[in-house]
Every structure is written in C-alpha cells, then in structure tokens.
Design a binder for this molecule. Structure first.
Ligand SMILES: CC(C)(COP(=O)(O)OP(=O)(O)OC[C@H]1O[C@@H](n2cnc3c(N)ncnc32)[C@H](O)[C@@H]1OP(=O)(O)O)[C@@H](O)C(=O)NCCC(=O)NCCS
Length: 153
C-alpha cells in the first residue's frame, strides 16, 4: 500500500464517479443528464477526493500495477459525539476483481482506523451493490441505519 499522489487522481475520479452513478436509484438516474450530474457532483466531492478530507491509499502489486484504492477519513460526531473511521470509497481495477483485493483493502482500512484510535469503522453502501455488501458482511460489517425512498410518480 502507498499514499495516493496527484498522478492517481484521474483514476480515482473516473472510478468514484462511475460507482456513484451506477449506484444511484434507477428512477433518479433516469432524470439526470450524466454530464451535468458529473459537473455538479464533482464540485461537492472535491474536498473528499483531493481536498484533504480523506487520505487516498493505493494498492499495487510487486510490479507497480495499480490494483485498487481506498479513500479513508473520519465520520460521525452527528448522532453522538463519537467519531469513527469512515471508508469514503473502495475500488478495485476491473481486471483484478474476484482475486481478494477488495477484501484485503477492507481489512487494511480497519487496521488503518484502529491504528488511529477509532473504536469503529463505517461506510455507506447502495442496496443495488450486492457484491460490495457481501464483502462487508463477510468482514463483520452490520446494518445500522437504512435510507428509505418512495417514488411519488
Ligand atoms: C466491490 C469491489 C471493491 C470488490 O472487489 P474484489 O476485489 O472483486 O473483491 P474480492 O475479490 O475480495 O471479493 C469478491 C467477493 O464478492 C463475491 N461476489 C461476486 N459477485 C457477487 C454478487 N453479484 N453478489 C454477491 N457477492 C458477489 C465473491 O463471491 C467474493 O466473495 P467470497 O470471497 O466470499 O467468495 C469491486 O467489485 C469494485 O471495485 N466495484 C466497483 C466499486 C464499488 O462498487 N465499490 C463499493 C462502493 S460501496
């Protein structure tokens, strides 16, 4: 694992925008133009991707091939005063999926949070992402709250 650098930003931006777009509820995605949505969402996301609110961590193999990344930071302090480690994004390069990289990154993220003194680590995941949910549950994450939505037609 190594800290992310400016040269990694293009990969991170492309990946994170794609993940969020794919995980938007179908009815909302249909109402949005991808280009306009990306422009607006990029603005909101910039502090997290390149503004210091998260630490980017990159997984590489022995030859320097980019395997995936994590965006890690702090969450919480709203419902209670307790802060926790927060996984803002986890992504594995498509050619390297299904080989355990995702699970490795998630375990590494838990160690990262523990080493910074957090008692808990959290994340948000879409209902439409069963693969990610599978990994999180396998690694001991449990559902704590659910967003609910109802389409008003
Ligand atoms: C989710 C993601 C990080 C997983 O990375 P990965 O390296 O492929 O994950 P791993 O190889 O460690 O584990 C894959 C697991 O998913 C399971 N899986 C694969 N497809 C699945 C599906 N459709 N439903 C449920 N589980 C599935 C595999 O069986 C395996 O679990 P197992 O080891 O218990 O058998 C990767 O697919 C990714 O980058 N997706 C796009 C970004 C994303 O969705 N990020 C999460 C945002 S919350």
């Amino acid at each position: 694992m190594r800290r992310g650098q400016r040269a990694d930003l293009k990969t991170i931006w492309t990946a994170t925008l794609q993940t969020v777009w794919d995980d938007l509820p179908d009815d909302e995605r249909r109402r949005h133009d991808r280009t306009t949505w990306e422009r607006e969402f990029r603005r909101k996301l910039t502090p997290y991707v390149e503004g210091g609110r998260t630490e980017p961590w990159i997984a590489e193999d022995g030859t320097g091939t980019f395997l995936g990344y994590l965006l890690l930071g702090e969450g919480g302090g709203f419902l209670t005063s307790e802060a926790h480690g927060f996984i803002f994004d986890v992504w594995v390069a498509p050619d390297h999926r299904g080989q355990g990289v995702g699970k490795f990154l998630m375990s590494w993220a838990a160690d990262w949070a523990r080493s910074r003194g957090y008692r808990k680590i959290k994340l948000e995941v879409s209902d439409s992402n069963p693969q990610a949910r599978h990994i999180y549950e396998e690694l001991g994450f449990r559902y704590e709250r659910h967003y609910m939505g109802k389409n008003l037609g």
